[in-house]
Design a protein around this ligand. Structure first.
Ligand code: ACO
Length: 333
């Protein structure tokens, strides 16, 4: 099997920023409450007319430029999203068309906030087996479009954005060393968008009852997240034959600083090795991890040979993690 790594990253955040102070004018909340319970101070919100495919296109373009790959060279595009432009066609097809990635196969993958981890695990199999040379993986969300802006317990948490990574063959010993994925559908009701699918098709009644918006049992999701983030990080490191001391950078899903702090404590990683940007972006679901990774790369926080752990959790319930030995140098075809 071929070793597979990330040879380019990119991200895109819509310009408009919604601060906690702005939210105080919309719902009964306080900046203090949001900041102390979640760590979030502001989030980016896409304009009404901007679909998620636009965010994904911008992030994908930047990742391709970073990897010095032309759109025509891309073999496959996977978009991880729970807020696609349409139920069908797939957002990935629209992004491929926008990019001019003429030979690329394209599909969407839905694993909510764990979507990017599931997508890179999937993409890496195509490269490892030699079926494809270049795969563009994008995590993008317009969470603002599925929120109930009258529900203070959820609307304060999320933001919009997209992050992308180019996966290609790399030198042996580098790239992805292990993946750990999981799901538990018995917890599906804890976090869902109940209406608009085949179980509860759209109707006047579903719209009146706000059933097309995100519904969450926050406390239960919190307990699950704290437990699973620590467990899956330990497992994925064991699989790679590494110890917590070997971790140079920890890139967790950005939902809540208290959840991240608990996972970091459990692992015993030094806080300066942890990437946190949720104060600026809120929870961007599948976009959170790739945007955090891209920012860490651009800030010079990664050197050749560094060991990265990325870990996520989300609706489904789903969870996933990977260990990556960093190099941006792809093997020549
Ligand atoms: N402003 C002020 N008060 C609020 C707000 C708000 N925005 N929201 C809730 N409250 C109130 C509640 O009404 C409650 O009041 P009560 O005690 O009088 O009933 C009180 O604050 C406490 O509410 P809790 O829900 O218990 O607050 P908690 O400390 O659990 O924090 C939070 C809530 C931040 C949502 C937390 O539970 C959490 O982070 N959960 C995990 C969420 C998550 O990570 N979701 C993403 C999953 S990833 C995906 O796939 C999308």
């Amino acid at each position: 099997m071929q070793s597979v790594g990330i040879t380019g990253t990119g991200s895109y955040l819509p310009e408009n920023i919604l601060t906690n102070a702005d939210l105080e004018k919309i719902v009964d909340t306080k900046d203090d409450w949001i900041a102390s319970r979640t760590g979030i101070k502001e989030r980016h919100i896409a304009p009404k007319e901007m679909p998620v495919s636009e965010l994904c296109y911008q992030a994908g373009l930047r990742a391709l430029e970073d990897a010095r790959v032309a759109p025509e060279e891309v073999d496959l595009i996977i978009v991880a999203t729970m807020t696609p432009d349409y139920a069908f066609p797939a957002t990935a097809c629209l992004v491929a068309d926008r990019l001019g990635a003429k030979k690329a196969a394209a599909f969407d993958l839905e694993a909510a906030c764990t979507g990017f981890i599931f997508a890179i695990a999937t993409a890496s199999q195509f490269v490892a087996t030699g079926m494809y040379k270049t795969v563009l993986v994008i995590g993008g969300e317009t969470m603002s479009k599925i929120l109930n802006w009258e529900d203070r317990s959820t609307c304060i948490l999320f933001g919009d954005g997209a992050g992308a990574a180019v996966l290609q063959a790399v030198q042996k010993g580098f790239g992805f060393l292990s993946f750990e994925l999981g799901s538990d559908g018995s917890g599906g009701k804890l976090l869902s968008q109940p209406a608009g699918g085949s179980k509860c098709p759209a109707s006047l009644e579903t719209v009146e009852k706000n059933l097309h918006t995100l519904q969450m049992e926050g406390r239960e999701v919190y307990k699950f997240a704290v437990r699973i983030m620590g467990d899956v990080s330990v497992k994925v490191l064991e699989k790679a034959g590494l110890r917590k001391e070997d971790v140079d950078l920890f890139v967790p899903h950005q939902a809540n600083t208290r959840i991240i702090d608990a996972a970091v404590k459990r692992l015993g990683i030094s806080p300066d090795k942890v990437v946190i940007n949720l104060d600026k972006y809120g929870n961007m679901s599948a976009a959170a991890i790739p945007v955090a990774l891209d920012e860490a790369v651009k800030a010079g926080r990664l050197a050749e040979g560094d060991t990265i752990v990325m870990v996520g959790f989300g609706a489904g319930l789903t969870w996933g993690a990977c260990v990556l030995k960093w190099t941006k140098v792809g093997l020549k075809a």
